[in-house]
Design a protein around this ligand. Structure first.
Ligand code: FAD
Length: 406
């Protein structure tokens, strides 16, 4: 193979080009990115980048490392607009790039609140430019309203509170994060907001955002009105697949992710997908998944490139999903899937805060684990899930840990 094209110049895309070179690929590599920026890291955008702990843009590699050391042709600032799988070409602006191996790593785009995006002061946080704008508003002491108590929204609220600003979080569900971590642990997370002076309002939506060119207030569905100069919308993201509409690739009917097999292959010759955009079959859980987690995006990017360059030796992407989030000085970590057959708190007390460990059962096996401030144990549970540990054995392990700890 002579031409590797990677579309999406972020985490998965960067890992793809690095892995290609590491695997000894000597052909041409083109990295296509819609944003002007060099690939940068997103997790700090809602954490340390928002304050002066870490004010520099979290760029992964310098331009010279990418161009000179890795020999990558950078095509930044113009999105790919089409893919012809029969002709093996990607359309970028006026150009058509030939490929014989292609990695699709276009990630996801933040959902917006209909009818509000034209007002200054209303932002999502997906890109570096978004985060720069939010930081500027926080620097100016903006009263902040966050729509959605998911992880990103909660991190923004936490950052605003750390500056002593007034923060309201509006969440449509009765409990935050229900789909991500279930009800018991969702309540534990909502406690973090309350304990840190954030006004968390659940079971209520945004009716309209008002202002004269710039946001001034938000009217909620229960009729209450909240004055705010900054509105951060954290209501999820959708896979960036518009450019693939006419490509013939299969997009998931529910969430538009690029449907792949267990090796991340889309079914079109030489075309693989990775990261937030990819829905693939995960053999560990025997089901299709699309994750929006840093670790899987990095790992999938590398594997997609290796598989695309040597399809005969393609290997599956098997993983126990992992993500983390930092809110109000606490680290939340989750491994596996938030199965709902049973959630058992095995350490700590969600009503009291502090360190908490909860396990998730699916059928008769351990399927997930969540910790708050449990950094020393979370990867042990990940190991147990990988080994398909039974529920009783997982509980016995937890009991042992507790005995050692006390
Ligand atoms: P992305 O990072 O979304 O990158 C896709 C790139 O493709 C973008 O640069 C985009 O501009 C570009 N693109 C889109 N369309 C086109 C096109 N048509 N042509 C060319 N380029 C295109 N995960 C965790 O596990 N823990 C965390 O604490 C955490 N915090 C996060 C905080 C924030 C604010 C955000 C936004 C995400 C966070 N994540 C976290 C998730 C993690 O960052 C993502 O899973 C990861 O960035 C996905 O990488 P990706 O390369 O697949 O996609």
């Amino acid at each position: 193979r002579e031409n590797l094209v990677v579309v999406g110049a972020s985490l998965a895309g960067l890992r793809a080009v690095e892995a290609a070179r590491k695997a000894g690929f000597r052909g041409a590599i083109t990295l296509v990115g819609a944003e002007e920026h060099l690939p940068y890291d997103r997790p700090p955008l809602s954490k340390s980048f928002l304050d002066d702990r870490d004010p520099e843009p979290p760029v992964f590699r310098t331009e010279s490392v990418l161009r000179d050391d890795l020999g990558v042709e950078l095509s930044l600032g113009t999105p790919a607009t089409g893919l012809d799988v029969a002709g093996k070409q990607v359309r970028v602006g006026e150009r058509c790039l030939d490929y014989d191996a292609l990695v699709i790593a276009t990630g996801a785009t933040a959902r917006t609140l209909p009818g509000s995006q034209h007002l200054a002061g209303v932002h999502t946080v997906r890109t570096l430019d978004d985060a720069v704008a939010v930081r500027k508003a926080l620097d100016a002491g903006a009263r902040t309203l966050v729509v959605g108590a998911g992880f990103i929204g909660s991190e923004i609220a936490s950052g605003a509170r750390a500056r002593g600003l007034d923060v309201t979080v509006v969440e449509a569900q009765a409990t935050p994060l229900v789909r991500a971590v279930g009800e018991v642990m969702g309540s534990a997370c909502s406690r973090l907001h309350h304990d840190n002076g954030t006004d968390l309002r659940c079971g209520v939506g945004v009716q309209r955002v008002e202002g004269d060119g710039r946001v001034e207030r938000v009217v909620l569905s229960d009729g209450s009105v909240i004055d705010a100069e900054l509105v951060v919308v954290g209501i999820g993201a959708t896979p960036a697949t518009d450019w693939l509409r006419d490509s013939g690739l299969t997009l998931d009917s529910l969430d538009n992710g690029v449907v792949c097999d267990e090796t991340l292959c889309t079914g079109a010759e030489g075309v693989y997908a990775a990261g937030d955009v990819a829905r693939w079959h995960n053999p560990v859980f025997e089901r299709a998944m699309r994750l929006e987690h840093w670790t899987s995006a990095a790992e999938q990017g590398a594997l997609a490139a290796r598989n695309a360059l040597d399809p005969a030796a393609a290997t599956p992407y098997r993983t126990v999903p992992y993500f983390w989030s930092d809110v109000y000085g606490s680290r939340i970590q989750f491994v596996g899937v938030p199965a709902s057959d049973e959630v058992r708190v095995v350490e700590g007390d969600p009503d009291r805060g502090g360190r908490i460990v909860a396990l998730y059962r699916e059928g008769d096996r351990l399927a997930g684990a969540l910790t708050i401030n449990g950094q020393n144990v979370i990867m042990k549970y990940r190991g147990l899930i990988t080994k398909a540990t039974s529920w009783p054995d997982a509980l016995a392990f937890a009991e042992q840990r507790r005995a050692v700890a006390t």
